[in-house]
Design a binder for this molecule. Sequence first.
Ligand code: DSN
Length: 415
Amino acid sequence: MPWPSEIAPDTAVFDLIDREVTRQSTGLQLIASENFTSPAVMRATGSVLTNKYSEGYPGKRYYGGNVIVDDIEALAISRVKELFGAEHANVQPHSGASANMAVYLGLLEPGDTVMGLSLDHGGHLTHGSPVNASGIFYNFVSYKVDPSDERIDYDKMRDLALEHRPKMIVAGTTSYPRRLDPEVFKSVADEVGALLMFDVAHLAGLIAGGAHPNPVPYSDIVTFTTHKTLRGPRGGCILSKAEHAAKIDKAVFPGSQGGPLEHAIAGKAVAFHEAMHPSFSVYAHQIVANASSLAAALAHQGFRLVSGGTDNHLMVVDLRPFDAELTGKQAQSVLDEAGITLNKNNVPNDTRSPFVTSGVRIGTPSVTTQGMKEPEMVQIAALIAEALRGRDDTAVLADVRQRVAALCARFPVYS
Ligand code: DSN
């Protein structure tokens, strides 16, 4: 029996995919957690590996026919261990959230006390938000940024750790523009006898490229996603010290997942290989240089940068000094119309709700993959400011939209 699409191509879906190709290639993609993955990664991800069941691990599967899959997964594991200098790797988590939950399942008991950065100060849902399983099953205590400089208050974090004696400290961020200091986290974790987990979903590519300190030597566990700065397929990964390997593997499978997505694992293997190439380090450093230029240019346009700027791939922009009436929600929607894609984001101690917000988060991984550099960052800041100033004027938005498309046409991502 042939597949139905052999007879009648599914134009409904493929037309929509074509429209998404156009959207991605004619607009500016500034969501800090997104990137353009390579054709090689997409080839692996769209391969026949999607047909295979392979519950278990290389050499210990519950199904036959895994001799090639074993080699693929073993290759992904050895590459990622080499890339980050890790003792153990599990490449099966379907996402960053799955990776984090597997770590908690493997190393904690329900009700254990854990510390994580508050979501509204740049942490992640899976670092103890009350609406997430992490906050439902574990007793998370949140540390915060210092209101005076909007950087993590390491002294208060230590005080909290001494008070609450957590079993684990989670260091990790989704909208924090500053460097994380693995040595400080390690010293606090050691002082209170806590396990240290770094969630570097956002930073993995910068770490692989040497543009951010590597927390692996300091941490019991490091989790990350493979599709952000690392530029791989959508998915997650867990690195650990050898002593935690058995517990982590058991918590991923059978603890929290069934069959691994071996097509995604093959895509991860390709991405790890690409990240080992010397050009990836140039890319990672350019992401940071671009973010720094974009932040400076936005400040010049009258925006306030949370913490005064950025050390990494992203910035959180406080819109209030630019226009006290403008919310993050409105800015996201106006900029969408102008072909500039980013997301609304709370600023620390925001008076507006997470659905409205006073800020936006902007990242440079995608535009850097396209080959844009510092001069284009200055143009992007001007386009953002112009669209937001003229947000009630459809002609202004149409004009910005056109100039955005012209800029993107100079930096085609897929030929
Ligand atoms: N959703 C991701 C982000 O945008 O930062 C985190 O999981």
